[in-house]
Write a protein that binds this ligand. Structure first.
Ligand code: G6Q
Length: 548
């Protein structure tokens, strides 16, 4: 097999690209039905992808690429539990966690659904006990604050979703997330809390992650210090993990552990017991609603023809923009304050999955893969970094997301928010020509010399692609569908790029190098380092010795 870039579908796309000269605004002028041609919906999500610089032929070529790369066969292999994460020799079965149809999912002869259902039942019993005040702390008082201690995939999902679904949260419960090993994070979280009414959920698939164990140990000291009873631990600590022996070694009893399987990848684990903090906060019914939304998207992904399949379409727009239009960054712009953490969540989901330069066979790739993901809720981002998207040198694509209805219909806030979301998509697409800019300056009555001076600054190239994603309201169900949409989009891209989206070896190097440096900071014999690291080490030591 030749490389991807020499393949017939890729070559056809290159030839097509060379003949596609048009600006996006011309494409809209030429085809008044563009919106109808390039929009689709599924699982309660509406997608308008007409503001990408594509024609029907582009889409045909892209779909041919997806077929050539066997996207459908790989999708089916993932859904049936094949070990498609080959570098870790693992299946990728997060879809089973939200398989609300409850049909058997056989992994190597074993139906995983009874285990999934058992996990959900345990989460339900626990979350109800906490929410109804039956689970009490060392002084007999009910729990008021839940602190999830975890990092990366054991933090970003529940943290993002707890913010997204805040209006569905229990009125007497607050949920907090501590991830950073920086003491500031746990200090600032705990200083307002009462140990007697605080419950810690230590979330770690491996239960060996240094940041999480360091934070959990400090939380344990804080709790035992206040309760003066080591037995209090069992009332205030539960664990979500795959590693029972380490959980017990920490002091958390087995009955307080919520297990899951190694076929749940960290950044795909929100649907597993890793979502426990969220489930306690919003209740198990709402949590299962979120699973149902994701399941609806899984069914859509499995059963819908490629040309109408939302994850496939989003993936193909990304491939087109990255590999054929030369874009290396993609902005996530939610016009929904509750989705404030969505960009950070998608940063991990996308960049950890597809930030690879070696293909599945271990060969270096000669094409771009995953983009830089960044973003902020609109309208805030408009007053900050949108300038670079509109007029900066890098070409950046974006997803604009919004709910048509607000959960807080206060005065005219929401229509203003919607107007801004639509205006940005339109402005990025159309831009402003020199003639249009000049006409505005003339209409403002400016003298010719001022017009000449200002004109270059007032021109917008436009032609910036965006996808627009709309839901009716941001409910648990819609959030579930939206997240599953992005998961599958990233999966499809990984298949097309022939990379393994499910490992993350890039995370390891920093962890490895931190170990000897930590020992040196503790006073062990200095090791040889490059002059920068060694110099910085000496500067740190100087400051620290003065402070002691
Ligand atoms: C995600 C990654 C990574 C992982 C964290 C936490 O896909 O694997 O972000 O989730 O390193 O790992 P533990 O859950 O094992 O503590």
């Amino acid at each position: 097999m030749g490389t991807l870039t020499q393949s017939p579908a890729w070559q056809r796309l290159l030839a097509h690209k060379a003949s596609l000269g048009s600006h996006l605004r011309d494409l809209f002028e030429r085809d008044t039905q563009r919106f109808e041609h390039f929009s689709a919906s599924g699982a309660g999500i509406f997608l308008d992808y007409s503001k990408n610089r594509i024609t029907r032929e582009t889409l045909d070529c892209l779909i041919a690429l997806a077929r050539q790369q066997d996207v459908e066969a790989w999708r089916d292999a993932m859904l049936r539990g094949d070990r498609i994460n080959t570098t870790e020799n693992r299946a990728v079965l997060h879809t089973a966690l939200r398989n609300r149809s409850n049909t058997p999912v056989m992994m190597e002869g074993l139906d995983v659904m009874p285990m999934v259902n058992e996990g959900l039942a345990k989460m339900r019993a626990f979350s109800e006990a906490v929410r109804e005040g039956q689970w009490t702390g060392f002084s007999g008082k009910p729990i008021k604050d839940i602190v999830n201690i975890g990092i990366g995939g054991s933090d970003l999902g529940p943290c993002m979703a707890a913010e997204a679904l805040k209006p569905y949260g229990h009125p007497d419960l607050s949920v907090h997330f501590v991830s950073n090993v920086d003491a500031t994070h746990i200090y600032e979280t705990l200083r307002h809390l009462d140990p007697a009414t605080t419950l810690f959920i230590v979330s770690s698939k491996t239960f060996t992650t240094d940041e999480t164990l360091t934070n959990a140990a400090s939380a344990r000291t804080w709790l035992i210090g206040a309760s003066e009873d080591p037995g209090a631990l069992a009332k205030h600590f539960v664990a979500v993990s795959t590693n029972l022996s380490e959980v017990e070694r920490f002091g958390i009893p087995a009955e307080n552990m919520f297990p899951f399987e190694d076929w749940v990848g960290g950044r795909y684990s929100l649907w597993s017991p890793i979502g426990l903090s969220l489930a306690v906060f919003i209740g198990m019914d709402a949590f299962e609603e979120m699973l149902s939304g994701a399941h609806e998207m899984d069914i859509h992904f499995r059963d819908t023809p490629l040309a109408k399949n939302l994850p496939v379409l989003l993936a193909l727009m990304g491939i087109w923009n990255i590999n054929f239009e030369g874009m290396s960054a993609h902005a996530i712009l939610p016009y929904d304050q509750y989705l404030a953490h969505l960009p950070a969540y998608l940063q991990q989901l996308d960049m950890e999955s597809n930030g690879k330069t070696v293909d599945r066979q271990g060969r270096p790739v000669n094409y771009a893969t995953g983009p830089v993901i960044f973003g902020e809720p609109g309208t805030n981002g408009q007053h900050a970094f949108y300038q670079l998207i509109h007029q900066g040198w890098p070409r950046i694509s974006a997803d604009i997301l919004f709910p048509a209805l607000s959960l807080h219909p206060l005065a005219d806030h929401h229509i203003k928010l919607l107007a801004n979301a639509l205006a940005q998509g339109e402005a990025l697409m159309r831009g402003k020509t020199a003639e249009e800019a000049r006409a505005e300056l003339v209409a403002a009555g400016l003298p010719p010399e001022t017009i000449g001076r200002l004109l270059p600054h007032k021109i917008f190239a436009g032609n910036h692609p965006t996808n627009t994603l709309m839901v009716d309201r941001m409910t648990p169900r819609r959030l579930g569908a939206l997240l599953a949409l992005y998961e599958h989009k990233i999966f499809v891209q990984g298949i097309i790029w022939n990379i393994n989206s499910f490992d993350q070896w890039g995370v390891e190097l920093g962890k490895q190098l931190a170990k000897p440096l930590l020992a040196e900071l503790r006073g062990s014999q200095p090791q040889p380092h490059d002059s920068s690291t060694a110099g910085l080490f000496r500067e740190i030591a100087k400051v620290r010795s003065r402070a002691i």
